[in-house]
Design a protein around this ligand. Structure first.
Ligand SMILES: [Ca+2]
Length: 181
């Protein structure tokens, strides 16, 4: 029960600090930016599904390591509700970029950090700590704009770092240890 309360409080803090994320869906060729709404944000990516003739792979563009795009989901095998947690935390306002690579014919690759690809993504704000990202997997203007070829949810939660109180407590423990000698 106590753990649950702590998690809920942490999420609330993350949501309360969300001022950078847009409150309305971003359509067309605007930057489909997904931004961390708080510091020390843990990012969970959930596969929502896809409705397309061709399969593809969703990857996270890890800017911390050059040319690294760890795969998150393969639409051919991913199940609705499957989740992946990115292996680092993000600072307030830091962007999280994704790549969707279509199998087969043409093998188009779309990236949220490439302006020419922005129209292939539609970012829908669900709440302050959650967005849905919809992908159009046929290069515009040929694409049919249904944006259901791949859909995934990005959720942020705040993991508090050890605060001054915790450090103070650790210091007291060390002093206590010395006294016993
Ligand atoms: Ca489509």
């Amino acid at each position: 029960m106590k753990t649950r309360t702590t998690i809920m409080t942490a999420l609330a803090v993350c949501g309360a600090l969300s001022s950078l994320a847009s409150a309305t869906p971003v359509l067309g060729f605007d930057d489909p930016s997904v931004l961390a709404p708080c510091d020390d944000a843990t990012v969970t990516v959930e596969w929502i599904g896809h409705n397309a003739g061709l399969d593809g792979t969703l990857s996270w563009i890890n800017t911390g390591i050059a040319n690294t795009t760890p795969e998150l989901f393969d639409s051919g095998v991913a199940g609705i509700g499957d989740k992946m947690v990115l292996d680092r935390t993000f600072a307030l306002g830091e962007r999280i970029d994704f790549q969707y690579a279509v199998y087969g014919q043409g093998g188009e690759v779309y990236r949220t950090d490439v302006q020419a690809d922005w129209g292939q993504f539609w970012v829908e704000q669900v709440d302050r700590a959650t967005v849905l990202v919809h992908v159009e997997d046929i290069r515009l203007p040929r694409g049919d704009h249904d944006y259901n070829d791949a859909v995934f949810k990005v959720s942020f939660s705040h993991v508090p770092s050890p605060g001054p109180a915790a450090l103070f407590g650790a210091g007291m423990l060390m002093m206590g240890g010395r006294r016993r000698r």
